[in-house]
Design a protein around this ligand. Structure first.
Ligand code: S3P
Length: 170
């Protein structure tokens, strides 16, 4: 179980859980959005507005496939990443994919304050935000559901993620 890819919608907790999981296991933590920001020298929001979503999808796929992960890595991915190109298959071939699953309502409440830096959400509010998340999630779920491990995200802890990943390997 040397590489664990955390996937799921924006706001599901990939980065927070990933950081804790990596610390717990003594693995290196990689946040792909953060790597893209470092390499591009700008935020994801700036990248979207300068180059558009298509360029962003190509760049995030490049980073996914060209990062030199060590043998022991926890990788937090952007919410859209598993749904483009062959990214989902690539992650499954190079590690274990773990889907953190949450309902649109919970995601919307978690994202209400963290949406300014997320270009797909920043102009949406209230019911419109929930409806947008529900539609996008419905579109993306068939990709997310291909993960080798799927867990309800509401009370998920790093300990639980570790246990589920270990059980998967038995
Ligand atoms: C996106 C999710 C974001 C970021 C970009 C697009 C998406 O990552 O990659 O804003 O399409 O769901 P997080 O899931 O880390 O917010």
């Amino acid at each position: 179980m040397s590489r664990i890819f955390l996937i799921g919608f924006m706001g599901c907790g990939k980065t927070t859980l990933g950081r804790k999981l990596a610390a717990r296991l003594g693995y290196t933590f990689y946040d792909l959005d953060h790597l893209l920001e470092e390499q591009a020298g700008m935020s994801v929001a700036e990248y979207f507005s300068s180059f558009g979503e298509t360029a962003f999808r190509l760049a995030e796929a490049e980073i996914l496939k060209n990062t030199a992960y060590g043998e022991k890595a926890v990788i937090s991915t952007g919410g859209g990443l598993p749904c483009f190109f062959d990214n989902m298959d690539w992650m499954k071939a190079h590690g274990i994919t773990f889907y953190i699953k949450l309902s649109p309502k919970i995601l919307a409440s978690r994202l209400a304050h963290g949406k300014e830096e997320r270009p797909l959400l920043r102009d949406k509010h209230g019911d419109e935000l929930i409806a947008f998340i529900a539609d996008k999630l419905a579109e993306r779920e068939s990709f997310y559901e291909q993960a080798q491990v799927i867990a309800e995200g509401l009370s998920l802890t790093a300990e639980k993620v570790e246990e589920l990943v270990l059980n998967r390997n038995l």
